[in-house]
Each structure stands twice: as structure tokens, then as C-alpha cells.
Design a protein around this ligand. Structure first.
Ligand code: PBG
Length: 326
């Protein structure tokens, strides 16, 4: 008989906890937050149950709630009241995200504010860049992306996260930040962002679905894995500090690939459609929401994520505190 019996390490909860291979902490969780132009807004987001829109003047209440759940990092998205061809609301000093960043940092300097750097919520056509003759033009877009990132950093953002998927945008942002003396601001690059149908609820929340065509000329084809490494390597050369993989649940192999082949911290983004699937399956009584939330988040860390952006950040933090995971 074989003397090796894996079941010995499953005898009771304490032993299982000791022998656990994946440890997660609330310190590694990041919560997305949607800031809407206006005043006095604390409004439930229909397609993201359990989440609210905040306006810059109410965002401190949202942060209070997040800190109470022991989550210390947020990723901000802006919902402007006006859109135009150049997405000018995205880099305005008085833009919705810039105002919110200042409000948050004024009262809660201890919270890490990450900002999504993109144009699609601000352009009338819903694309992530400057459009000419029906095409998103890479090099015309770069100065805008850099300008948006700089305006966020000037407002006090701790980390900028470009999600547009233009080539060379990390280099452009890095050069611009260096030129203004912001040597110490990390760039969390959406290095590996797939053209995914899992963004459905988000586009409804941010009113950012493209008015024509799709995002397949800039976001990646989900058949590709080696290309993910190519994107990540380019971003590293251009000065990215953290590499993001998005979505997460259907891309665990990509998370592992980057973890094994790079030296940068890896951030997984479990996107709106992943959250919505768990929520709706649970509503139908088909799965246990809490258990599936825990299992899928742990799988992302097990795959190699060092940090996780998730709409379940507060609930996961509580699950960790209770000792159910982590
Ligand atoms: C902006 C952006 C998107 C998401 C994050 N940043 C939408 C998109 O690329 O269409 C999706 C996030 C989510 O689904 O939770 N480019």
C-alpha cells in the first residue's frame, strides 16, 4: 500500500488551514467605484446590484463604507454629463474623476486611489480613442491618454490604469509624468485586455458601448495566449509597474502565464459580467452566491494574481475576516 495519503492534510479545518497553498488578504482587494457628474447623488446601479453611483460631493460617504469593510483601494470610473469627439471631459481639471479624487484624498489620504484612464465614457462615439474615417487612430490618441493620466495624477491619484489598449500608451504616459516631475506614480497597465462580452453590464453602467463597430481592433482576440505575453513584455519595457489581466474568470491561464514569465505584480480584474453571472444564477437558486464568490476569487489568486479588482471586494473582505477564505 502507498504510504502517501493526501487525505491526512484534510483531517480537520485547522490542518487544512495550515496546509493551504493560497493566502489572500483584504489588502489585495480593489473595489471599482462609479462617479457621476452632478450633486447629491447616491443612486443604486441597476445592472450592478449592490453598487451605487456617487457624485463628487457624496463620494466620501462611499469611501467611509468601503473603509468600514476594511478595503483600502478603489478604482474610479467617471460618468460625465457631456460627451464629445475628443472626450474632453476626461482630461478637464474640473472633470468628474478629478473632482472625486480631490475629495477622496482631502478626507482619506490613506486610501489608494487608482483611476481608469480611457476615453470611451467621454467620447460621443463610445470608442477608446480618436476616430477618423470610422477608425480608431492609435497615434492621434496617445497624447490624449497621456493628458488624461496627467490630469488624474495632478488631482492626487496614487496609481493610473490605462485601459484603452493603444500601442505605446504606457511609454507616452511615463514620458509625460516624468516631464512633470511625477517620477513616483505607478502605472497599472491593462496590459492584457481582451475584446470580451463579459463587459456587458459595465457598458450599460458607463453608457460606453461603441456607437458603431466594436473594440476588436484594439482589444485582444480571446483565442490568443502568446500575444498576452507580448503585450505584457511591451508594457514592462515602456515602464509599467503592475500588469493587469482582464477579464479574470475565463482567463486564469493568462494570469498564470504572466505570473510565471514576468517579475511584475499581477492584478486580475474580475469584470462586471462575472459578477452579474454569479448574482443572477444565485437569484434563480442555482448556486450559493457566497460560496461561489469565495471559490472564484480564490481561484484567481491561485492562478497567480497578486491583487484583485472585484465588485465583491467588501463581501470578500468580510469572508476573509470570518476565516472562510484566506
Ligand atoms: C474602459 C473599460 C471597460 C471596462 C473597464 N474599463 C469597458 C470596455 O472596455 O468596454 C470593463 C469593466 C467591467 O466590465 O467590469 N475601456
Amino acid at each position: 500500500m502507498n504510504a502517501i495519503r493526501p487525505r491526512r492534510l484534510r483531517n480537520d479545518k485547522n490542518i487544512r488551514d495550515l496546509a493551504r497553498e493560497t493566502r489572500i488578504s483584504s489588502k489585495a482587494l480593489i473595489l471599482p467605484l462609479f462617479i457621476k457628474e452632478g450633486n447629491g447623488i447616491i443612486e443604486p446601479i441597476e445592472s450592478l446590484e449592490g453598487h451605487n453611483y456617487y457624485s463628487p460631493d457624496t463620494v466620501q460617504a462611499g469611501i467611509e463604507d468601503i473603509l468600514n469593510a476594511n478595503v483600502k483601494s478603489v478604482l474610479l470610473f467617471g460618468i460625465p454629463d457631456k460627451k464629445d469627439d475628443e472626450g474632453s471631459g476626461a482630461y478637464s481639471e474640473d472633470g468628474v474623476v478629478q473632482k472625486a479624487v480631490r475629495k477622496i484624498k482631502e478626507r482619506y489620504p490613506e486610501i489608494t486611489v487608482i483611476t481608469d484612464v480611457c476615453m470611451c465614457e467621454y467620447t460621443a462615439n463610445g470608442h477608446c480613442g480618436i476616430v477618423k474615417d470610422g477608425k480608431v487612430i492609435n497615434d492621434l490618441t496617445l497624447p490624449y491618454i497621456a493628458k488624461i493620466a496627467l490630469s488624474h495624477v495632478e488631482a492626487g491619484a496614487d496609481i493610473v490604469a490605462p485601459s484603452d489598449m493603444m500601442d505605446n500608451r504606457v511609454a507616452e504616459i511615463r514620458k509625460t509624468l516624468e516631464g512633470k516631475g511625477f517620477h513616483d506614480t505607478p502605472i497599472m497597465s491593462y496590459s492584457v485586455k481582451y475584446a470580451s462580452s463579459f463587459y456587458g453590464p459595465f457598458r450599460d453602467v458607463a453608457k460606453s458601448a461603441p456607437a458603431f463597430g466594436d473594440r476588436k481592433t484594439y482589444q485582444m482576440d480571446y483565442h490568443n495566449r502568446r500575444e498576452a505575453l507580448k503585450e505584457a513584455m511591451l508594457d514592462i519595457q515602456e515602464g509599467a509597474d503592475i500588469l493587469m489581466v482582464k477579464p479574470a474568470m475565463a482567463y486564469l491561464d493568462i494570469i498564470r502565464e504572466l505570473k510565471d514569465k514576468t517579475q511584475n505584480p499581477i492584478c486580475a480584474y474580475s469584470v462586471s459580467g462575472e459578477y452579474a453571472m454569479i448574482k443572477s444564477a444565485a437569484k434563480l437558486g442555482l448556486v450559493n452566491e457566497y460560496a461561489v464568490m469565495c471559490e472564484s476569487a480564490v481561484s484567481m489568486f491561485r492562478a497567480g494574481a497578486d491583487m484583485l479588482i472585484t465588485y465583491y471586494a467588501k463581501e470578500l473582505s468580510k469572508a476573509i475576516e470570518k476565516g472562510d477564505i484566506g
